[in-house]
Write a protein that binds this ligand. Structure first.
Ligand code: HEC
Length: 360
């Protein structure tokens, strides 16, 4: 099967790029306890583990490199990996472990890692790892992370299957669907089923579909959807439904371009929002004015369509709408899917809208 062959070659090339050396014999991988070490580490739950035996051995793993004070790309990497984990689960890829290694162990205490994991609402099977700086350095080095400054870690992930000894680098910034398939393909069982073929043609369709999408949509999916929804509740960041009604256009464009600068201004509304999401900050993504304008237009278009849909729904089914608009003293961030108005300022407006539809 030439596709499979190509895939194997790609994996081997990845491996080569990672270490400059290949051990082609199955079952005699050099990526063992000696290579990765059993140095002691601590998880985001405060559990003390041995690195190789407890986190790598006999597993398929997706390893990322993070530090919790990172303000640009690592939160985005994590957000995109959360989406990857979701998609893997949908495809039965639940045997895959996620390991996020701190590259800033001096500051990244288990508590901080725990808050970070919480902020992103990661699924089970995901371990954030810190430890003594010397130990973490050895472990990060074994996984190919040789960068010296913190800001050099960002979007790279390492995929590995300890059972087969296959290891490869990948990135979270390409097509996510492709990454999902690459991860699934670490499992020989999955490769044998041939589902890789159909999934890949699916992903090509998805890419073709993106081209005809609205401006801003592809960018939104890639850079924003990991942390935000429009009308389906809070994730690592707030639900953006109604954001374009609350805030004026120029504010949104400059916030999306440089959230750090906006946060530095005295803006009580933004300060309240920041307080509501303590574990993560909106990252500065280096977007142009045009990109940000497209993104605002997209968020606005989806939001308006949703409001319209809900108004119609309310007209058709007033009693159901009434239930949804029940006042709630406390808002649980995670039930936003059934409570579209969870963004604080939006609540009254949302109810006002729903009610006004009875007058129409
Ligand atoms: C790593 C997670 C993350 C990513 C990625 C992210 N955001 Fe955010 N976003 C947040 C958080 C957290 C906040 C809350 C305010 C803050 O942290 O500055 C926020 C706030 C916002 C707000 C203000 C909402 C309001 O109600 O005032 C807008 C608008 C926004 N983000 C748009 C975007 C867009 C557009 C993108 C994609 C280019 C994006 N965000 C990417 C986490 C994220």
């Amino acid at each position: 099967m030439s596709i499979l062959r190509k895939r194997m070659v790609a994996l081997l090339l990845g491996l080569l790029a990672m270490t400059g050396e290949i051990d082609a014999e199955a079952g005699s991988s050099r990526y063992n306890a000696d290579y990765f070490t059993n140095r002691p580490v601590v998880t985001h739950n405060g559990e003390k583990l041995r690195f190789y035996d407890d986190l790598i051995k006999d597993r398929i793993v997706v390893v990322s490199f993070i530090y919790t004070s990172c303000l640009d790309l690592c939160p985005l990497t994590t957000a995109r990996l959360v989406e990857v984990q979701r998609r893997l689960a949908e495809r039965g890829g639940t045997n895959i472990s996620f390991v996020s290694l701190s590259v800033d162990p001096e500051r990244d205490t288990p508590e901080r890692l725990n808050a970070f994991a919480d902020a992103f609402d990661v699924g089970s099977g995901w371990t954030f790892v810190t430890g003594m700086p010397e130990d973490m350095k050895v472990i990060n080095h074994a996984l190919g992370d040789r960068s010296r400054s913190l800001s050099e870690h960002r979007n790279e992930v390492v995929l590995g299957n300890d059972l087969t000894g296959e290891w490869a680098r990948n990135s979270t910034f390409g097509d996510l669907e492709r990454l999902v398939v690459d991860i699934l393909a670490m499992d020989p069982e999955w490769r044998r089923t041939g589902r890789a073929l159909s999934d890949r043609s699916m992903s090509r369709e998805a890419v073709a579909g993106q081209i005809s999408e609205q401006p801003g949509q592809a960018l939104y999916k890639k850079l924003c959807a990991g942390c935000h929804t429009i009308g389906a509740g809070d994730r690592a960041g707030p639900d953006l439904l109604g954001a374009t009604n609350r805030r004026d256009h120029d504010w949104l464009v400059s916030f999306i371009r440089s959230p750090d600068r906006q946060r530095a201004t005295a803006d009580p509304e933004l300060a309240a929002l920041v307080a509501r999401f303590p574990g993560v900050r909106m990252p500065t993504l280096g977007l142009s004015d045009n990109d940000a304008t497209d993104l605002v237009a997209y968020v606005d278009a989806v939001g308006s369509a949703l409001f319209k849909e809900r108004e119609q729904e309310a007209l058709r089914n007033p009693s159901h709408d009434h239930g949804m608009a029940q006042p709630a003293a406390h808002h649980d961030h995670h039930d936003g899917a059934t409570d579209p108005n969870s963004a604080h300022d939006h609540r009254d407006r949302g109810r006002g809208r729903a009610r006004s539809s009875h007058h129409d």
